[in-house]
Ligand binder design. Structure first.
Ligand code: AHG
Ligand code: MN
Ligand code: MN
Length: 345
């Protein structure tokens, strides 16, 4: 049972989202409803991820489970849940999913709304077999075209145009963390009542960072500048830092820890390439939006991600995000070492 102190206000996520609407004078309520539907999708997906290891047992007699539903891979289940909850609400003009190559139109029979919803239905899904945290990431833009079905132009917007973004992490508890541009708040699902309750108000990156995080098995493939930066971290950074290293391999969980503990997360490209593995619209922009709202900084290692105009729905990008001084240190070392090498060639 949740150990809530009785002298504290208990705030449900619905109430919190509703209150956020007052920051948008003239708001129609579409965004409020959209965020509430995403929270509901999170609860539905959480109920499946907590039974992840049972899928083979339940589905063993054929491809159907006890409810007669086809046993689906969890990321496909998460994708369908998000789509089916949001296709008919009249709040969206289009959706985009990491699981779909193209922009997903709103079915003709339903009304069209003002927003575009982009999602990574299940981030870190390769970790499910190991019972490691996975999660759902979402990005919301206001459409830029005036009316009719949404177009790529509505979806390919830079991070600075995000209206709201967040994630639901299915970990030892389920949490939803989101920002509508007015700070970052975290809610923990109390499974006994099925409600997300405000547990982490106004999340800010701690000034003293605790962890740095990257897949250092790629070290041999990194540029000299990135190698030097990672050497600097590995050798204890400056004396003023006392950081340890953690890497889960689920971006959602690595960034969740970053938001609460401070530090840096980076996924740079292989030497000679511009892009890393992570997707700008489905992973870097939404998680970066939260890190920035929590007081941090998000860079490719060369320039801020904030203004980058996406060129494709599945565009990948190099990323360094976290406490500003740590990210700027990476930019400075990369500029000095890799910049000099580029000048010489
Ligand atoms: P997804 O499961 O949505 O495809 O994303 C996986 C991503 C991300 O969660 C994580 O940070 C990264 O893959 C890990 O990659 P490496 O195994 O290369 O470190
Ligand atoms: Mn992902
Ligand atoms: Mn995914």
């Amino acid at each position: 049972m949740t150990d809530w102190r009785f002298d504290e206000k208990i705030v449900t996520i619905e109430r919190h989202i509703q209150d956020q609407q007052s920051h948008f004078p003239g708001a129609s309520g579409q965004l409020t409803g959209l965020l509430q539907d995403i929270a509901l999708a999170g609860k539905m997906i959480a109920s499946r991820t907590t039974r992840a290891g049972l899928a083979d047992i339940i589905g063993a007699t054929g491809d159907t489970n006890v409810q007669g539903e086809t046993v689906q891979k969890l990321d496909i289940y998460a994708h369908r849940t998000l789509f089916r909850l949001n296709d008919h609400t009249g709040r969206l003009c289009a959706m985009g999913s990491e699981e779909e190559e193209h922009l997903i139109p709103i079915p003709q029979e339903f009304e069209i709304g003002d927003y575009v919803l982009l999602f990574d239905p299940l981030d870190g899904s390769s970790n499910i077999s190991y019972n490691v945290s996975v999660g759902t990431i979402f990005t919301i833009f206001r459409r830029v075209t005036p009316s009719g079905p949404g177009t790529l132009e509505d979806a390919l917007q830079p991070m600075r145009r995000i209206v709201a973004a967040g994630y639901i992490v299915y970990g030892s508890s389920t949490m939803m963390v989101y920002s509508a541009g007015n700070g970052v708040d975290g809610f923990t699902l109390d499974p006994s009542v099925g409600e997300f309750l405000l547990s982490h108000p106004n999340i800010k990156l701690p000034e003293t960072p605790r962890y740095w995080s990257s897949n250092v098995s790629y070290y041999p493939k990194w540029s000299k500048g990135v190698k030097a930066y990672s050497d600097w971290l590995m050798s204890g950074a400056d004396d003023s830092y006392n950081m340890s290293m953690r890497y889960i391999g689920s971006m959602i969980a690595d960034i969740h820890r970053l938001l609460l503990s401070g530090g840096i997360f980076f996924y740079p490209p292989e030497v000679g390439k511009d892009e890393g593995k992570l997707r700008l619209l489905y992973e870097v922009a939404p998680m970066g939006f939260l890190v920035r709202q929590a007081g941090g900084y998000v860079s490719t290692g060369i320039e801020p991600v904030w203004d980058i105009e996406p060129t494709g729905l599945h565009q990948r990008i190099s990323v360094f995000m976290g406490n500003r001084d740590l990210v700027e240190k990476a930019e400075a070392m990369i500029a000095e070492i890799d910049g000099a090498a580029a000048d010489a060639s």
